[in-house]
Design a protein around this ligand. Structure first.
Ligand code: HEM
Ligand SMILES: *[C@@H]1O[C@H](CO)[C@@H](O)[C@H](O)[C@H]1NC(C)=O
Length: 494
């Protein structure tokens, strides 16, 4: 009895010592970690986080815990950065430390950790550098990307003209046009709008935009093993991703047969050349697998984002006919009616430039940003953040900062204009994020937004089907991408 008592006391002392040592080490070596609400085992902060509107939950938590706080998405720990100052300090001033990508389980399943968007370390560095070089204007094919966009804008305008002012939902037309730019860059050519293969591909992407919002898909991020066994939209989504992979593999195989290594036609040819160059290297990151996943990246990251922004744009411009008219006046003055808009025009069109910036600011397309991770143990504002911790550098608090953009919930191109009408730059304009992993398609996306939008307004006036004052332009908030409310519009030739 006494022996048992002694043993218990001894064990208790040992455990206490271990705990003390552990705590002491934690404090002395590492400092404290960012504060946050108490997390339940497995379920994490499900009580504090509304999966349907995470941006709103984040706002509440920041009011309580400040600009740097810790949350748990299920068992996954995440450090949230809230506001311009902390995001700038992290992504720009401590750029290398924060250059990792945090892969939620769904991301891992879709991109396999081998694509530009999802990889880390040396693989990411090389794939990103390669993509940026290849996406740049020159170095690929005979025509510049700008010419490809102009050509596509022309097809888009003709297709709209054929609707003869009948109101319709322009979403499909915009997706086809935007997607064709990526097709042109990656596959070497655009598709006809009626092409069966093209429509199949677009359909796969479209369906996945829907599946991605399903509750089962969100739960996959919390409980991947369990959800992996259960049926539901998330399974359909993965099937679609595998289909898209197959589609890309097929096109890659065709490229292998028809290519001329001395004259790469597109992204795939350039990638195959790179694979040839690195043939002897057993550790090369340029593999058939990373070719498919990187191509998939360009489709997934490049199509929905840009076409949804355009869809918002056409709704907002209907709401404010006076803004639409001012843009059209500027188009008439600088470009006229007889030639295609080009990027050189933009510097002479401060009002149009301000309107496009304001659209991107106002809609706040990707409110939570894409998850990052720290690549080593780091110190940040006196906090300790261990290697591989997932980071959410939120974009909403920056794009809707009320000091930088007075009245942030109001659409006002004045947010980007000086009193004398010149374009006003803002460091808070971060719809593409910032730092080492800033959107790799920013240049391409901005070219598309400018040329598609000015081409449409050069040729048509947007006429709403309801009283313009009644149009609701506030986005439908989701946790991934803010969507415009569904609408129809009539395009009246000018
Ligand atoms: C309006 C359109 C777009 C918006 C708002 C947008 C926004 C973003 C954001 C917020 C990120 C995350 C950056 C970060 O981790 O800090 C990102 C990453 C990325 N975007 Fe975009 N994007 C757009 C269009 C495009 C286009 C057209 C392409 C394709 C050419 C593209 C390709 C990528 C890629 C490859 C990444 C991953 C970069 C990396 O991890 O290094 N995006 N984008
Ligand atoms: C317009 O105003 C801005 C800032 O107020 C100033 O920097 C710029 O030089 C002005 N430009 C012209 C053409 O007056």
């Amino acid at each position: 009895m006494e022996l048992l008592g002694m043993t218990t006391v001894f064990l208790l002392i040992c455990i206490s010592c271990l705990l003390l040592v552990a705590t002491w080490r934690n404090i002395s070596q590492n400092g404290k970690q960012p504060p946050g609400p108490f997390a339940l085992p497995l379920a994490g902060n499900i009580l504090q986080l509304n999966p349907k509107n995470l941006p709103e939950s984040m706002k509440k938590l920041s009011e309580k815990y400040g600009p740097v706080f810790t949350i748990h998405l299920g068992p996954q720990k995440v450090v949230v950065l809230y506001g311009y100052d902390v995001v700038k300090e992290a992504l720009i001033d401590q750029a290398d430390d924060f250059s990792g990508r945090g892969n939620l389980p769904l991301f891992k399943r879709v991109f396999k950790g081998t694509s530009i968007l999802s990889s880390n370390g040396e693989t990411w560095k090389q794939l990103r550098r390669f993509a940026l070089t290849t996406l740049r204007d020159f170095g690929m094919g005979k025509r510049s990307i700008e010419e490809r966009i102009q050509e596509e804008a022309h097809f888009l305008v003709e297709r709209i003209r054929n609707t003869h002012e009948k109101p319709f939902n322009p979403g499909g037309f915009l997706t086809h046009a935007v997607s064709n730019i990526i097709c042109s860059v990656v596959f070497g050519d655009r598709f006809d709008y009626e092409d069966k293969k093209f429509l199949t591909l677009i359909n796969l992407l479209d369906e996945n935009t829907k599946y991605q919002g399903a509750i089962q898909t969100q739960l996959y991020n919390f409980f991947p093993t369990l959800m992996g066994f259960l049926p539901g939209p998330h399974q359909k989504m993965m099937k679609n991703v595998d289909e898209t992979d197959k589609f890309i593999l097929e096109i890659t195989a065709q490229h292998k047969e028809t290519r001329d290594p001395s004259c790469p036609r597109d992204f795939i040819d350039a990638f195959l050349n790179k694979m040839d160059q690195e043939k002897g290297n057993g550790h090369s990151v340029f593999t058939v697998e990373s070719l498919t996943t990187s191509t998939l990246d360009l489709f997934l990251a490049g199509t929905g984002t840009t076409s949804t922004t355009l869809r918002h744009a056409l709704l907002i411009l209907q709401k404010y006919p006076e803004i639409q008219e001012k843009v059209q006046k500027e188009i008439d003055r600088v470009i006229g009616r007889d030639r295609s808009p080009c990027m050189a025009d933009r510097s002479q069109m401060p009002y149009t430039d301000a309107v496009i910036h304001e659209i991107q600011r106002f809609i706040d397309l990707i409110p939570l940003n894409v998850p990052r991770a720290v690549i080593k143990d780091i110190k940040f504002r006196n906090y300790f953040i261990p290697k591989d911790t997932m980071i959410f550098p939120l974009l909403t608090p920056i794009l809707h900062d009320s000091k930088e953009f007075p009245n942030p919930e109001k659409f006002d191109p004045g947010h980007f204009l000086n009193a004398n009408g010149t374009f006003k730059k803002s460091d808070f304009f971060m719809p593409f994020s910032a730092g080492k992993r800033i959107c790799a398609g920013e240049g391409l996306a901005r070219m598309e937004l400018f040329i598609f939008l000015t081409s449409i307004l050069q040729n048509f006036t947007l006429k709403p089907v309801v009283d313009h004052k009644k149009i609701d332009i506030t986005p439908l908030i989701t946790s991934v991408a803010n969507m415009p409310r569904p609408y129809e519009v009539s395009f009246v030739p000018r």
